[in-house]
Design a protein around this ligand. Structure first.
Ligand SMILES: [Fe+2]
Length: 176
């Protein structure tokens, strides 16, 4: 590594706080913005993942078994994307903030209700959560592309497809 490159990395650490050096050639300033954005998406996808199990455990009603089992598949899919998001931002020199405290401080989602049990009530609450996360991810597809990171943009496109598909399943249960 050249001394000029080393100096750039040190400067970046001074201005962006805590990025680790990497051979990925995206400018440090852009990497810092992408890392911050991806930590926001990480908090929301973890929050969604927890909400899915909250519904899976507590819902009651005639549609119980179908929805209960459907949600296990949703949780597995979201957890896969949580891992992709965290690992991508670490590849860019960031630190993944996935603790319960980090998620609580960072997520933009409303608290999932803990005083409901009817299947339609859980489906409505989950649809709201899915919609919020899916739309934030969709916006980040463009933001990361504009920041010059087509790999992260592509990763988020995959996340977006899963979230939209799962949301469709939920909304289809709710449509009269
Ligand atoms: Fe279970």
């Amino acid at each position: 590594m050249s001394s000029a490159k080393t100096r750039n990395i040190k400067d970046a650490k001074a201005t962006t706080g805590n990025l680790y050096p990497t051979r990925i050639d995206l400018p440090e300033e852009q990497r810092a913005k992408i890392v911050a954005l991806m930590n926001q998406r990480l908090a929301e996808t973890i929050d969604l993942s927890l909400a899915i199990k909250q519904a899976h455990w507590n819902l009651k009603g005639l549609q119980f078994i179908g929805v209960h089992e459907m949600l296990d598949g949703f949780r597995t899919a979201v957890d896969g994307h949580v891992d992709e998001i965290a690992e991508r931002l670490v590849q860019l020199g960031g630190t993944a903030h996935g603790t319960a405290q980090d998620v609580s401080n960072t997520t933009s989602l409303k608290a999932y209700p803990t005083d409901i049990h009817k299947v339609p009530d859980h489906l409505k609450a989950l649809a709201d959560h899915y919609g919020s996360v899916a739309n934030a991810v969709r916006q980040s597809i463009d933001e990361t592309s504009e920041l010059g990171d087509e790999d992260t943009s592509d990763l988020l496109t995959g996340v977006s497809r899963t979230l939209d598909s799962n949301l469709w399943f939920i909304e289809a249960h709710l449509q009269e």
